[in-house]
Design a protein around this ligand. Structure first.
Ligand SMILES: C[S@@+](CC[C@H](N)C(=O)[O-])C[C@H]1O[C@@H](n2cnc3c(N)ncnc32)[C@H](O)[C@@H]1O
Length: 321
């Protein structure tokens, strides 16, 4: 029955978007309306069930200015909701924590707990926070690099409810889809219930196209559900077979100037497009960043850095007596 309800809830979100317009005058952010609707409707499956509402909770990584966290919390005032964010990106003025607090107060929300911490540290010590509850709905919308996406799925395992539903945002990105795929390939008890993509990242959309997708799934989603009885067939997000970019990860990580990769690529882009003005600007930025960290780079090899200092030459584990 539960899987049918999950699929119906997503179908309803796809058809009608958010559950209600509560908070609509206060909340905006970086997730699509259908994504918000899915989070709300999937949370309803736990929050409105007499047993599940006592043992489950909502957890999200990536609060930003509170759209998703507060849109869920506001609709289910007796259901505990947790949002993890360290406000490390998309916050140039350092104002997002204050925005979330002000919006929480304005909406009179009392069931949303903000965990202002790096998500990995937060997940490693989540036990003490959840008061014995398991995560019914888990929204992954924080750091989008491959490792962060994958570890966010892995570290949550001990906390997930038997009927957990996992919503992974920004699945338009190939490496987000790859981490979903890798997770599903290694966890036969999870299945993908739904996937949706838009034609581009919102930053590359014209205003009219952006408006359309803001009321949809914006930058794409993958929705996973626990299915230990194997009622759903395997359905995997599309990924590239070419490993070049993942091999490039390794080549970048070991390079003396690894941290300068974004600046170096911007310079390469200007050079390749024969854009002289931009080339000069990118070169300035690259050299400035290089000078800022030069002392660190000078301690490294030009390539094949292994960071072996302090590693043991051999260490045995010991059996517990
Ligand atoms: C796309 S925004 C989230 C959008 C949000 N769900 C909404 O409703 O608008 C991504 C958020 O992830 C947070 N983030 C990025 N890396 C993080 C990390 N290592 N630990 C915790 N939060 C992180 C950023 O600070 C940012 O606020």
């Amino acid at each position: 029955m539960f899987l049918e309800e999950v699929l119906d809830s997503i179908r309803e979100a796809d058809r009608s978007g958010p559950l209600s317009d509560k908070g609509g005058d206060v909340l905006d952010g970086l997730s699509g309306s259908k994504t918000v609707g899915a989070l709300q409707r999937l949370t309803a499956l736990f929050a409105t069930d007499p047993e599940a509402c006592q043992e489950a909770c909502y957890v999200e990584i990536g609060v930003f200015q509170g759209l998703t966290l507060l849109s869920v919390a506001l609709n289910f005032p007796d259901f505990p909701c947790f949002g993890i964010d360290n406000f490390s990106i998309l916050d140039p003025e350092g104002e997002n924590l204050g925005v979330v607090r002000a919006r929480t107060a304005k909406l009179g929300v009392n069931n949303a707990t903000l965990i202002n911490q790096d998500f990995e540290a937060a997940l490693e010590s989540l036990d003490g926070r959840l008061g014995g509850r398991k995560i019914g709905v888990y929204f992954v919308d924080g750091a989008h690099d491959y490792r962060s996406q994958f570890i966010a799925l892995m570290l949550a395992q001990p906390y997930l409810h038997d009927n957990a539903v996992v919503i992974i945002d920004d699945a338009n990105y190939a490496f987000v889809r790859q981490s979903t795929r890798d997770f599903l390939a290694a966890h036969a008890d999870y299945k993908m219930a739904f996937e949706a993509y838009s034609p581009d990242h919102p930053a590359n959309m014209d205003p009219e196209t952006l408006k359309k997708w803001e009321s949809g799934w914006l930058n794409g989603v993958n929705i996973l559900v626990r299915d230990p009885e194997g009622r759903l067939p395997q359905m995997l997000p599309p990924t590239e077979l070419d490993r070049t970019l993942y091999v490039n990860d390794w080549l970048t990580h070991r390079h003396q100037l690894a941290e300068l990769a974004p600046e170096a690529l911007n310079l390469a882009q200007a050079v390749c497009h024969n854009d002289g003005a931009r080339e000069a600007d990118c070169k300035d930025k690259l050299l400035k960043r290089f000078q800022q960290r030069r002392k660190v780079y000078d301690l490294r090899n030009p390539d094949r850095n292994t960071y072996s200092a302090g590693l043991t030459e051999g260490r045995f584990n010991k059996l517990i007596p």
